[in-house]
Design a protein around this ligand. Structure first.
Ligand code: FAD
Length: 335
């Protein structure tokens, strides 16, 4: 391997039932910055049965080029089929960096590809930069989330990582952009795909809105005291068409679905407004909310660490404060 031969930043554009997942578009935006730092290009890789939407979105959101592989066998995601495609493309084009969303499918894919290419993979990154030698600096929580470790992959290429949805923001789309699209024909024999999707059951959390996609999230922690009290948070979230989230304590207590957990072992979110109710602000929780535009905290303890990161704070009992907020926000909306 001559690592000097490897060029460009690739971003895997994940799709599901024809829809493009946000995380690939978020990574295009950050991938472009990393590529530009090394005078390289950001290239989107789209795999599927009909890739029109994926290709158009990738270009609109900033890809300098797209590699597209279509085939009946790629209609649904399979780690075997998609990894076969990615490995063959990598062997032909020698990318320097591959960014993959840390979704269930993305994690499955990236680990297979990294193993086959005998390269390193930094999983679940929460930040990406470029160091003085042009290497990607992959940052992720380590040692139980108590420190953030920055990892380099200096001796192998491509440098690979999975990045959580919501860590980076998408660019503003520009439908007038153009970019070169390379169509590659790569077949995967049916018998080489060992998994088959039989049925798709849509998973929705208690709030009905996915927290990864919500613009407003109202989250509850131990201070919520019991599962029924999440109804109060839902009432506040509903005023904004938002979603209900939770700390791990609330999830572990069985008060709310694990799909709603925010934090290191939950989801990373980047809403416009994050309202933390009865949440102390442990580092493992904060790592999941750092991309939020505005953080509002409601807590009885004025010394709770959540107030150190909050843009607005209310020291008070959430059961008294939230009903007032609901009433006031409803009045503002009505006027
Ligand atoms: P607490 O820390 O007990 O805080 C409850 C807060 O509620 C207190 O500040 C209290 O003052 C306040 N309160 C009580 N009653 C009221 C009231 N009536 N009105 C207003 N405020 C009130 N945690 C996560 O959240 N997400 C994760 O992904 C995650 N991953 C982890 C991974 C590892 C490896 C480890 C070790 C831990 C992880 N944790 C995670 C757990 C984390 O360390 C904390 O234990 C947890 O976040 C605390 O949850 P909490 O804030 O709800 O509870």
């Amino acid at each position: 391997m001559n690592i000097e031969d490897y060029k460009n930043v690739w971003v895997f554009i994940e799709t599901a039932q024809g829809e493009v997942k946000n995380v690939g578009l978020e990574l295009l935006n950050q991938g472009k910055k990393l590529a530009e730092a090394n005078q390289e290009k950001v290239i989107a890789v789209v795999i599927g049965k009909n890739n029109d939407t994926g290709v158009k979105s990738a270009i609109a959101y900033g890809a300098d080029g797209v590699i597209c592989v279509e085939g009946d066998e790629y209609q649904d995601f399979s780690a075997d089929g998609y990894a076969n495609v990615m490995v063959k493309l990598c062997e032909k084009y020698l990318p320097s960096v591959i960014l993959v969303g840390a979704t269930n499918n993305g994690r499955d894919l990236a680990s297979k590809v990294a193993t086959r290419l005998q390269t390193g993979l930094t999983a679940d990154c929460t930040d990406l930069g470029v160091n003085g030698d042009g290497l990607i600096a992959w940052t992720r929580p380590a040692l139980g989330g108590n420190i953030m470790a920055t990892i380099l992959c200096a001796e192998r290429k491509p440098q690979m990582g999975t990045i959580r949805p919501g860590v980076f923001k998408k660019a503003q789309p520009d439908a007038t952009r153009t970019a070169e699209v390379i169509n590659e024909e790569i077949k995967t024999p049916t018998e080489a795909i060992r998994t088959k999707i039989i049925e798709i059951i849509k998973a929705v959390g208690d709030s009905g809105t996915k927290i990864e996609e919500a613009e407003v999230i109202v989250s509850g922690g131990r201070g919520i005291e019991k599962p029924e009290n999440f109804a109060l948070l839902k009432e506040l979230a509903d005023v904004f068409g938002g979603a209900v989230g939770a700390s791990r304590v609330a999830v572990d207590a069985g008060w709310i679905s694990p799909l709603q957990q925010v934090g290191q072992t939950g989801k990373t979110v980047g809403p416009k407004i994050y309202i933390a109710c009865g949440i102390s602000g442990a580092v493992q929780h904060l790592v999941g909310i750092s991309s939020s535009e505005t953080i509002i905290a409601i807590n009885t303890d004025a010394d709770a660490p959540i107030f150190e990161v909050a843009d607005f704070g209310v020291v008070g009992d959430l059961f008294e404060v939230i009903p007032v907020l609901i009433e006031e926000f409803k009045k503002i909306k009505a006027s």
